[in-house]
Design a protein. Structure first.
Length: 557
């Protein structure tokens, strides 16, 4: 069965990379240490008060086959023969229906009463959860309308990349959602061990207005936003070596391009080229300067070099013309069809493409290019350990109901290797899946119709990299690549701070990126970068600099 998150994770990462937003960007307030203050679009920071955090309690069901170097997740090459029954008591006691809203990047499944998957999971929960599932690509619009009307479900999933665009989001949190501090802070979290296992790095971001206001959904199996994948089966046949430097990357893409055959070197790879040139990627592209103060990536020599390099790829026709002409071109289709040999995408795209295409082309082999520096010395790896989603509980439901919903969410957070995980992920055996020769669930048409990762989107979970008979080398390959890169993970000075960027700084981001795209595609000369940066600074960039400097100062960093 396809990983239901592969598309969603990739869409998230692409969105963040193109807009320059960090996963920690949120809305509401002014700069304080430890709490928020409302200041009409001037920005805010939450420092994640340690006293509010649940006491960490690790949980695991099965031993890893291939350990990941934290924050890389552990890998499991095979499905466990014996699953653990992690939750022995039915969490729901009242029998009363709970409402929930989640995103999904696919067809909407049938609703409660017409969905066997709901029937199976809700029977284990003890209460029915009635999901409203919204188009993930338009989820932000629905969230804004919902919060504006002050009409929220009992459980609401909020993506990290959406709430930063919602005006006065912190005010909405205070007015509409339960303060979970009395239920989860410190030792109180022991009553919900699966939630307590999510770790301080995640819970630190779940604080709004000085209170523990949500449940975090940890980042994917690796903290990396991008990989440069290549068609190893095709490059081997063409005698094309894996690049290990900027010059080699250019030469490889040039050798791969054959317009007469409709084959080109790559899709748009500007984000990962920036990483190869050691452009800062933290918190939207900021870093501390050696002599003091902050500088944004637009202002650095590394960014200019990456821009010149990538503009050359466009100018010399090494980028597929469909990509040049349209932002909406399907790079995955071009890559799968051998029309591009190198593709920038999120690591979450890997297993699904490999699995699907190996059925069509048995020799299909998709691999990531090992990390390198285009300028010499140690490479730089972008990454973030901030959560992807947050779940909020509606305010005013009463102590008994909040505790019941937390028990439900605790059930949903059970890790890989448990019976709860299997039911949440794959549905009911004999109804939604049968078992393959290795014992792993193999989903059927009903699973594709009814399962939209509903119960996963409403709660955090411990990530796991799980193998599949159709991709026998995936776990080892992914973790090998990730473990070799993680030691170069960029240090983020703002890690653990949940930031609301000033309104002007947020607004100037996308228009500036649009101008950069014009430079990449040759519609403006590279020499225009200086004027573009000046416009960005005057339009909100310098305001963002002052805010981020103040955030560091106020948090004692």
């Amino acid at each position: 069965m396809r990983n239901p998150l592969s598309g969603a994770a990739t869409d998230r990462r692409t969105f963040l990379a193109l807009t320059g937003l960090s996963a920690a960007a949120v809305a509401g307030g002014g700069v304080l240490s430890g709490c928020s203050e409302k200041t009409s679009g001037k920005g805010a920071v939450e420092t994640g008060d340690q006293a509010l955090l649940p006491k960490y309690q690790p949980v695991s069901a099965v031993a890893a086959d291939v350990p990941g170097v934290p924050p890389v997740a552990n890998g499991f090459a095979k499905y466990p023969a014996n699953l653990v029954d992690a939750i022995t008591e039915i969490p729901g006691k009242s029998g009363a229906k709970a409402t929930a809203m989640t995103p999904y990047w696919g067809p909407t499944p049938p609703g409660l009463g017409s969905n066997a998957f709901y029937d199976a999971v809700n029977a284990e929960l003890g209460i029915p959860i009635d999901f409203t599932i919204q188009d993930g690509n338009k989820y932000g619009e629905k969230l804004s309308a919902l919060l504006g009307a002050r009409d929220v479900p009992d459980l609401l999933c909020v993506p990290s990349w959406e709430y930063g665009k919602i005006p006065k989001f912190a005010d909405a949190v205070a007015a509409l959602f339960e303060d979970l501090t009395p239920y989860l802070a410190g030792d109180k979290a022991a009553a919900y061990p699966m939630l307590a296992s999510l770790g301080d790095n995640n819970w630190r971001y779940a604080i709004w207005n000085g209170k523990l206001a949500s449940i975090p959904w940890p980042t994917d199996s690796t903290p990396f936003p991008w990989a440069l994948f290549y068609r190893k089966d095709l490059t081997d046949a063409a005698g094309i070596a894996v690049p290990k430097s900027g010059d080699e990357l250019y030469q490889v893409l040039k050798k791969a391009t054959d317009p007469a055959k409709g084959i080109y070197g790559c899709n748009g790879i500007f984000d990962i080229v920036q990483m190869y040139f050691k452009v800062p990627g933290s918190t939207g592209g900021w870093r501390k300067k050696a002599g003091g103060g902050l500088e944004h990536k637009y202002e650095t020599a590394e960014y200019k070099a990456a821009l010149e390099f990538t503009a050359r790829l466009f100018a010399e026709g090494l980028v597929h013309p469909d990509i040049v002409a349209s932002k909406g071109s399907d790079s995955k289709t071009l890559f799968s069809g051998g029309k591009i040999l190198f593709m920038q995408d999120g690591p979450g795209a890997w297993q699904g493409i490999q699995k699907d295409q190996s059925k069509i082309t048995p020799s299909f082999n998709m691999q990531p290019v090992p990390l390198f520096s285009a300028t010499g010395g140690d490479p730089l790896q972008w990454g973030s350990t901030a959560p992807i989603f947050y779940t909020f509980i509606k305010k005013g439901l009463g102590k008994d109901r909040v505790e019941e919903l937390l028990r439900v969410l605790n059930w949903c957070a059970a890790p890989f290797g448990t019976k709860e995980y299997e039911l949440r992920q794959f549905g009911k055996e004999g109804v939604h899946f049968t078992r393959g020769p290795d014992g792993a669930p193999v989903g059927n048409a009903l699973a594709q119709k009814e399962i939209a990762f509903q119960y996963g989107f409403i709660v955090g979970r411990n990530p796991a990299i799980v193998g599949d008979p159709a991709t026998p080398n995936y776990v080892q390959d992914l973790i090998g690549w990730a473990n070799s890169s993680v030691k170069y993970l960029e240090t983020d000075p703002w890690a653990g701070l949940k930031l609301e960027n000033p309104a002007n700084y947020s607004k100037i981001g996308q228009p500036t990126e649009d101008k950069i795209q014009d430079v990449l595609r040759g519609r403006r000369p590279v020499s225009d970068l200086a004027s573009i940066v000046s416009e960005w600074k005057a339009g909100g960039g310098d305001e963002g600099r002052d805010f981020l400097a103040s955030a560091l100062s106020s948090s004692g960093r």
